[in-house]
Design a protein around this ligand. Structure first.
Ligand code: ATP
Length: 271
């Protein structure tokens, strides 16, 4: 990364342990919507700079668990998290933690590509760095935008149309734009909630290739209901069923020697 990109917050002394073995550590995490417990006592360690897939059938609590990792559940009235969630060594629900800083460090990409449609491609990526004051000159902002679009494997396709509205991009391009938008904030962890559910197979494989590339720099936690996708992209997988963690481990191990009958059923498509 050019030195000029290391401006703003990244120069400040950080409380996050950036060299931590685990990107995320969940301990006895339960999550409620009102009185309804939808995630039940989940303990899980997610190694840094890996792709970790959370898989399970619809309604098993995957998205809820994912959203607890960057305090997105703060926006859901009645949602409550119990237990401890550490991100790069820091308890993100502790008093005094700024949820905005948590969400900068832990970016998120959703199922439906959701760029701001009337904003230009450039502005979609520049918005976060503007809000967080991550640059000192227009030139530096241009560099961040280019860097993020390159990292999201979109630069070559959009470099001559940066000021066109994002709505003119295809669905797959829009999703990569959302990835660029998240990357522009220099996150260390990227949460992806079924990022290819609305994409065709070609756009899906582009995103999957991108995931493999990105894990060199960020930890990726991806929610998928597809065991095939988990097998293709993930180093580690966790299988969640009815809010409970059934098993977790290296992808190869879980797929070749599942310890639990439920996991085997899920992997063979019996759900
Ligand atoms: N805002 C909410 N208020 C109340 N209940 C909710 C809310 N969001 C989700 N739920 C419920 O929590 C449970 C888990 O939902 P969640 O979306 O986390 O599961 P999921 O495994 O991601 O499912 P899917 O694959 O269908 O997205 C479901 O029973 C769902 O109906």
């Amino acid at each position: 990364m050019p030195v000029s990109l290391l401006v703003g917050r990244s120069r400040q002394k950080s409380m996050w342990r950036l060299d931590s073995t685990y990107a995320v550590e969940l301990e006895k995490v339960s999550i409620y919507y009102g009185g309804k417990k939808v995630v039940k006592n989940v303990t899980l360690k997610i190694p840094r700079n890996t792709v970790f897939a959370i898989m399970g059938p619809s309604g098993s609590g995957k998205s809820t668990l994912l959203r607890s990792i960057n305090r997105m559940l703060d926006f859901v009235p009645g949602a409550r998290v119990e237990g401890s969630i550490r991100v790069l060594g820091v308890d993100i629900y502790a008093e005094g933690i700024d949820p905005i800083e948590v969400r900068r460090l832990v970016g998120m990409v959703f199922q439906m590509p959701n760029p701001f449609p009337h904003m230009s491609i450039y502005e979609n990526v520049a918005l976060g760095p503007r809000i967080h004051k991550m640059y000192r000159s227009k030139k530096e902002l241009d560099e961040i935008v280019r860097w993020a679009l390159e990292k999201a494997a979109l630069w070559d396709e959009v470099k001559d149309r940066l000021h066109e509205p994002a709505s003119k991009l295809s669905g797959g391009q829009q999703q990569r734009l959302c990835i660029a938008r998240a990357l522009a904030l220099k996150p260390r962890i990227l949460l992806m909630d079924e990022p290819t559910a609305n994409l065709d197979p070609i756009a899906t494989s582009k995103i999957e290739e991108l995931i493999a590339e990105l894990k060199k720099e960020v930890t990726i936690i991806i929610v998928t209901h597809s065991p095939r996708q988990a097998a293709r992209v993930a180093d580690y997988v966790a299988f969640i069923y009815k809010g409970e963690l059934v098993e977790a481990g290296p992808t190869k191990e879980v797929f070749t020697r599942p310890k639990h009958e439920l996991t085997e059923k899920f992997l063979t498509g019996a759900f």
